[in-house]
Design a protein around this ligand. Structure first.
Ligand SMILES: [Zn+2]
Ligand SMILES: [Zn+2]
Length: 185
């Protein structure tokens, strides 16, 4: 069904999703279960492509934390290399990277077309159908949400947006202002 008006289109998609939610979720789940090896293969592929990016990201993280008391305390007894420590101490950052990598198809960019922000620190996970509030109520946010996603083999329904587009989408009821600007021109 073609829609000129992006708001109407979104509305239609949301309604469709509401009605068919369980069926769609079940179908995606079945697919993932049948294709577990494929899903894993995707990950290996993303991770390989983004190895340097991950390294840079963790290194920046290390530069930020290396002089903090907490970091010094955690590492004083270890004589491993700094990168080794970073890798093990910052499993949360690695998890975050993995999740962002998956949901951006390995691009590590904001999914809003005119934006495409690529600074990883700006990127967030967005609930495509704006049901984030519900998951938050159920206690699924930040690290818990990421662990849940990984444990559940990366379910559908998420995308990567930068903090700006995420905020804009929230204020603008589901559509980033960038998109409205684009549709006008
Ligand atoms: Zn953006
Ligand atoms: Zn945007």
């Amino acid at each position: 069904m073609p829609f000129k008006d992006p708001i109407k289109k979104k509305e239609y998609e949301r309604k469709y999703y509401e009605i068919n939610k369980e069926r769609m979720k079940q179908r995606a789940k079945n697919w993932r279960e049948k294709n577990l090896e494929k899903v894993r293969q995707f990950h290996r592929e993303y991770n390989r492509k983004n190895k340097d990016k991950l390294h840079n990201y963790l290194h920046n993280y290390y530069l930020r934390v290396k002089n903090t008391e907490k970091y010094k305390k955690q590492t004083e007894k270890s004589n491993k290399s700094p990168m080794h420590k970073v890798y093990h101490l910052h499993w949360r950052e690695r998890l975050r990277f993995e999740i962002l990598s998956h949901y951006s198809n390995g691009t590590m960019r904001c999914a809003c077309p005119p934006c495409g922000e690529s600074i990883i620190e700006f990127l967030e996970l967005d609930h495509i159908n704006n049901d984030g509030a519900k998951q938050k109520r159920e206690g699924l946010k930040s690290t818990r949400l990421w662990t849940w996603i990984k444990k559940n083999n990366f379910p559908e329904g998420y995308q990567v947006l930068c903090a700006n587009c995420n905020r804009g989408k929230y204020i603008n009821r589901g559509i980033c202002p960038h998109q409205l600007l684009r549709d006008k021109s």
